[in-house]
Design a protein around this ligand. Structure first.
Ligand SMILES: NC(=O)c1ccc[n+]([C@@H]2O[C@H](COP(=O)([O-])OP(=O)(O)OC[C@H]3O[C@@H](n4cnc5c(N)ncnc54)[C@H](O)[C@@H]3O)[C@@H](O)[C@H]2O)c1
Length: 371
């Protein structure tokens, strides 16, 4: 890499995850710095830049990509834009951090990987659960043999639904709770199993609470079987009350560990008056609440982005890539097909190249019968 000093980063997007990216790089400021932000809504990028002290502001991200000194771009925009943005970043010679899920379709995901290769840039996949300190500890213990042979891993992420309108529109998101949150759980389990191939998927999903605002599923259960003989259970919800809930369990023949990401890092608190902020997506701060401390550090996003910046300089090798994102996309498709057809799907599954994942559930015979 030609540049010395800190890795110069541009962020596409200026809302939820963009804020996490900028904050994360300020938490760990030694390796990388955000020098530009691009977001189309007038005033948003400027306000974001002011908040974080970012010198360059763009309403069109393509203009930002012309900045020669930017080495790495993080894509924190709706899922339906990931493919086009990745293509543009690659063509501009920028290393890419693409937020999850990788894309809307398999065809898009494959093209993203190909275009990054063609232009010799890295396509890194934003899955912070591989950097979450508490979950890393579980993996380290597993690798050290603490639990013997592992037969079951569980991961669940649940809350009462996303903060932005586009998530609820399946044409912009590709799917509901399973697509949005299940991609984390599948990535986690796949990584925990040292990328043992996924052999089968069985999913159950429904729209239980938010049918007035989305076609998408707001709750899903997913069972994965791996080639190594172990299983994973992934539970996701946009219908879960009480703020964000993210947890894992690891079960082996010689032991078990449980990790609750939020409650386990919280101060059980009672307040009549409330206070500023408890935790992501918490509905209030009065009564009993569980405020977390060092929230982003506990998620692992600063560690993730610093690792990616070091990869951009060739100092480290990406721990999670576009190829991982694509493997997860295949699993998502199989999961939606399973719920749509009401049966276990054996992998490899011929994911349709262009339909979005949720179509396999929305149009599936099992859903049509129960709707
Ligand atoms: N890793 C995680 O835990 C996590 C958490 C939240 C979101 N995400 C992912 O991050 C991505 C963004 O989600 P979010 O929650 O920040 O959404 P958001 O709605 O809060 O923000 C989306 C941003 O994209 C911008 N945008 C829209 N069209 C654009 C365009 N044409 N050019 C440039 N910017 C454009 C919007 O202006 C906005 O700033 C999604 O893919 C989402 O799945 C990941």
């Amino acid at each position: 890499m030609a540049n010395g000093g800190k890795v110069k980063v541009g962020i596409i997007g200026s809302q939820f995850q963009a804020d996490i990216h900028a904050t994360s790089l300020q938490i760990m400021p030694d390796t990388a710095e955000v020098v530009a932000v691009a977001s189309p809504t007038p005033g948003n990028a400027a306000a974001f830049a002011k908040k974080f002290g970012i010198p360059r502001v763009f309403t069109d991200y393509r203009e930002m990509l012309k900045e020669k000194d930017i080495e790495m771009v993080t894509i924190a925009a709706p899922n339906s834009l990931h493919a086009q943005m990745t293509r543009d970043c690659a063509e501009a010679g920028k290393h890419i951090v693409c937020e999850k899920p990788l894309a809307m379709t398999i065809a898009e995901g494959e093209e993203m990987i190909a275009v990054a290769k063609k232009h010799s840039v890295l396509l890194m996949y934003g899955e912070e659960l591989l950097f979450t300190p508490k979950y890393l500890k579980a993996k380290e213990m597993a690798d050290a043999g603490a639990f013997g042979k592992i037969y079951l891993v569980k991961q669940s992420e649940k809350h009462f639904g996303p903060h932005s309108e586009w998530f609820w529109d399946v044409n912009r998101s590709g799917g509901g709770a399973f697509m949005d949150l299940g991609c984390h759980g599948i990535a986690f389990a796949y990584w925990f199993m040292d990328r043992s191939p996924i052999k089968s998927i069985y999913c159950q999903m429904g729209t239980y609470v938010h049918g007035n605002k989305t076609q998408a599923e707001d709750d899903s259960l997913c069972i994965l079987e791996f080639a190594n003989g172990a299983a994973a259970l992934i539970e996701n919800s946009w219908a879960h009350r009480g703020g964000m809930d993210d947890r894992i369990e690891v079960h082996g023949e010689a032991g078990v560990t449980y990790a609750n990401l939020h409650m386990g890092n919280a101060l059980p608190t009672y307040s009549e008056h409330g206070y500023g902020y408890a935790v992501e997506k918490a509905p209030s701060t009065t009564g009993w609440t569980y405020p977390v401390f060092e929230e982003l550090w506990n998620y692992g996003t600063p560690q993730e982005l610093v690792h990616f910046a070091r990869c951009a300089r060739g100092i480290e090798t990406p721990k999670v890539t576009g190829e991982d994102g694509l493997a997860i996309m295949h699993a998502l498709y199989a999961g939606y097909a399973s719920a749509g057809e009401g049966r276990k799907i054996t992998m490899p599954f011929q994911s349709p190249a262009v339909k979005k994942p949720i179509d396999l559930w929305l149009n599936g015979p099992a859903r049509r019968q129960t709707k």
